[in-house]
Design a protein around this ligand. Structure first.
Ligand SMILES: [Zn+2]
Length: 145
């Protein structure tokens, strides 16, 4: 069991319950949740956690749809942008990870926040880089009954 997914599920459920009561709606029929690919959530765990925490709330029984969003990195110095595959190459290079090494995964999967501190821009070499898209999980659509 991953605590990370449960923490995310808890945040999602409580924000939806608050949203629902602020609108005076009695129940939520459908929810769409967008998450960045860099987050690497276990969707089965996340779905189970959301369903479990929804019990007894207006969210109980709602249809839950997950959508993955591309993660994009940007250099603040020159404006270059790159995707997660390039980011992993840059990080592996920074950490001197052996390409053929087994049993080691890029830390990007576990700590997306760490990514920007390990990377330098592939174009100009600036360390001033950040993840500008796909760095979070958010509710993108709510259908209330
Ligand atoms: Zn740059």
């Amino acid at each position: 069991m991953s605590l990370h997914e449960w923490a995310v599920a808890d945040a999602i459920v409580s924000s939806l319950v608050n949203f629902c009561s602020s609108r005076g709606a009695s129940r939520i029929l459908k929810v769409e949740i967008v998450y960045g690919e860099a987050m690497e959530y276990n969707l089965e765990v996340l779905r189970d956690a959301v369903e479990y925490l929804s019990k007894g709330t207006p969210l109980e029984g709602a249809e839950i749809v997950f959508k993955e969003e591309k993660s994009i990195f940007r250099c603040n110095a020159c404006g270059a942008k790159w995707d997660i595959a390039e980011a992993e190459r840059l990080i592996n290079r920074a950490l001197k990870v052996e390409e053929e090494g087994e049993g080691f995964e890029s830390p990007l999967h576990f700590i997306p926040e760490l990514a920007s501190s390990l990377m330098r821009c592939p174009k100009c070499g600036s360390p001033d880089v950040e993840m500008v898209e796909g760095d979070s999980v958010r509710v993108s659509k709510v259908v209330m009954g």
